[in-house]
Design a binder for this molecule. Structure first.
Ligand SMILES: Cc1cc2nc3c(=O)[nH]c(=O)nc-3n(C[C@H](O)[C@H](O)[C@H](O)COP(=O)(O)O)c2cc1C
Length: 234
């Protein structure tokens, strides 16, 4: 199953990340005609922020040790907690069922949009992605493809390199969830809003090159390209 999640406040006509996740889906779909695709638009259909009932239930579950999702209802103590679990379980179930999680992530104020952060906070329920028998992550073979669109440039050696809190945040988050390094793909399209301000022509070339590289990388990832036959990985 492909879990496709967008989080841009803009519609596809104005959103680079949405157009790029759509490109991935267009390439992926005919290659997996029997596979399901689940779509979430976190901007149109926001995930509610956490309440005290969520955190109280989370602490009770943590105290109980490694509790798999199907055993959480036995620890629920009131209607507010039941409601929080009702909002949370479908999100957890989708991630557990996904072979690939495809995320469209605009950079908002140097980080991820609040709409995506709300999903992250809710889905990261204690024990949800841990095998209760082994203590290992259930997401070791889950592939995560995150498309990061940003108006500026944050590449190595640029003045704002240090201000990219989007890439390191997502890397830390998914690695900590147990997603394997080789299954975590952060694809970046930079300088997406270069046309808004006076700029030297070279920035337009860099923006076009960044978009073309992102499209090529996503096309290859959607096609499931590994090393070419006969090529020895370095
Ligand atoms: C609320 C908001 C905050 C933004 N903050 C930043 C920022 O901190 N750095 C940056 O480079 N671009 C910033 N941008 C520009 C977006 O990153 C850029 O428009 C990107 O293409 C958004 O992704 P999207 O096209 O998929 O919507 C911001 C845009 C918005 C609407």
């Amino acid at each position: 199953m492909l879990l496709h999640i967008d989080s841009s406040a803009d519609p596809a006509a104005a959103s680079v990340s949405r157009r790029l996740t759509d490109l991935f889906t267009e390439v992926w779909r005919p290659l997996h005609p029997a596979a399901d695709r689940v779509y979430r638009d976190l901007s149109a259909d926001p995930v509610p922020p956490l309440t005290a009932a969520y955190t109280a239930l989370g602490r009770r579950v943590e105290r109980a040790g490694l509790v798999p999702p199907h055993k959480v209802p036995a620890l629920i103590e009131n209607a507010a907690e039941a409601r929080e679990w009702e909002l949370t379980l479908p999100l957890v179930t989708e991630v557990l069922a996904a072979e690939t999680v495809l995320l469209g992530v605009p950079m908002y104020n140097y980080s991820v949009p609040a709409a995506l952060k709300a999903w992250i906070d809710r889905v990261s329920f204690p024990g949800a992605f841990t095998d209760p028998d082994t203590g290992e992550s259930l997401l070791r073979s889950t592939r995560v493809v995150a498309v990061l669109a940003r108006g500026g440039g944050y590449g190595p050696g640029t003045p704002r390199e240090h201000a990219d809190h989007q890439t390191p945040y997502l890397r830390t988050y998914f690695r900590n969830l147990g997603v394997a390094e080789e299954n975590l793909h952060l694809v970046t399209a930079e300088l997406t809003r270069v046309d808004l301000f006076p700029h030297p022509p070279v920035l337009e070339e860099l923006a076009a090159a960044s978009l073309a590289a992102a499209r090529a990388e996503l096309t290859a990832l959607a096609a499931g390209d590994g090393p070419a036959p006969g090529r020895v990985p370095e």
